[in-house]
Design a protein around this ligand. Structure first.
Ligand SMILES: C[S@@+](CC[C@H](N)C(=O)[O-])C[C@H]1O[C@@H](n2cnc3c(N)ncnc32)[C@H](O)[C@@H]1O
Length: 255
């Protein structure tokens, strides 16, 4: 991971909801899908404890708290956590927040959980094998016995074939808000710089905001290997066609 990640998410925290068509609707939809998936893997246990360790401004943490999970939520970006705290209050849910890095989660977060969640492609911000291994080992440490890891990650198996230079622009608010990303791939095709653009029209004036960070195009087999190396079993991929979620989801169990 490089410093651009922290900078990117601290900078974008106030505007993060703008990359969604309707953030409140995303909270509800993602909460519903993730809840259904978790309940299909953990049955008959009330008051499940859940650590969302890349909570951002709270999209999944708030959605899942509304489904009755006892949620703790952390992120490396203190500006995102601060906004998530405010959003949790306005959504009427209680969440235990903190600032923590995947790579030091074992020290930064107290206790262990039935579920550890990392949603929306946060893990591929870690660029080295060493950082990834440390993060997965920490996810394992933070789980109770029989606990479930849930991680959602872009479909890099498909994306590295195409090496698209940009995402399709999404046009919201009757053409007054345009959101897209430009991707600069490294020569070896293993990492890319993402340029996130948010264009908005207000009072007939357009403003352009630009945020920049890096990702590793992490393949499913690389993740499977990291999971196996750090002691996870029952590794299962849930693809969008079946889960209804917009990214592949991997679940894995700690025994
Ligand atoms: C794409 S955002 C997703 C946020 C949230 N899950 C959502 O969907 O709205 C990725 C998040 O991962 C966090 N992140 C990146 N690297 C991290 C690390 N090493 N430890 C903890 N969080 C990290 C970022 O700060 C950011 O909030």
């Amino acid at each position: 991971m490089n410093d651009s990640v922290l900078h990117f998410y601290d900078e974008i925290a106030e505007d993060y909801h703008l990359i969604f068509h309707d953030w409140n609707e995303a909270i509800a939809r993602q909460g519903e899908i993730l809840n259904r998936l978790i309940k299909s893997k953990i049955t008959s246990q009330p008051n499940l404890t859940l650590l969302d360790c890349s909570c951002g401004i709270g999209t999944q943490a708030i959605g899942l708290a509304k489904h009755g999970y006892l949620v703790s939520a952390t992120d490396i970006s203190s500006a995102s956590v601060k906004r998530a705290e405010e959003e949790a209050i306005s959504h009427g849910v209680t969440i235990n927040f903190g600032v923590a890095d995947f790579r030091t989660l074992d020290k930064d977060v107290q206790g262990s959980f039935d579920i550890v969640l990392s949603a929306d492609n946060a893990i591929p911000h870690l660029l080295t094998d060493h950082d990834l291994h440390t993060a997965f080992a920490n996810f394992h440490t933070k789980l109770n016995q029989n606990g479930l890891l849930v991680a959602t990650i872009r479909d890099y198996d498909a994306l590295t074939m195409e090496k698209l230079p940009a995402t399709q622009p999404r046009i919201f608010d009757e053409g007054k808000r345009i959101v897209f990303q430009v991707w600069d791939w490294a020569e070896d095709g293993k990492t890319y710089t993402v340029n996130q653009f948010i264009l908005q029209e207000m009072n007939e004036q357009w403003t352009t905001k630009h945020y920049k960070t890096q990702y590793r195009a992490l393949l499913r087999e690389e993740i499977n290997q990291l999971l196996r190396e750090t002691g996870f079993t029952d590794i299962e991929w849930h693809l969008p066609e079946l889960s209804g979620y917009y990214q592949p989801i991997v679940t894995a169990r700690k025994y």
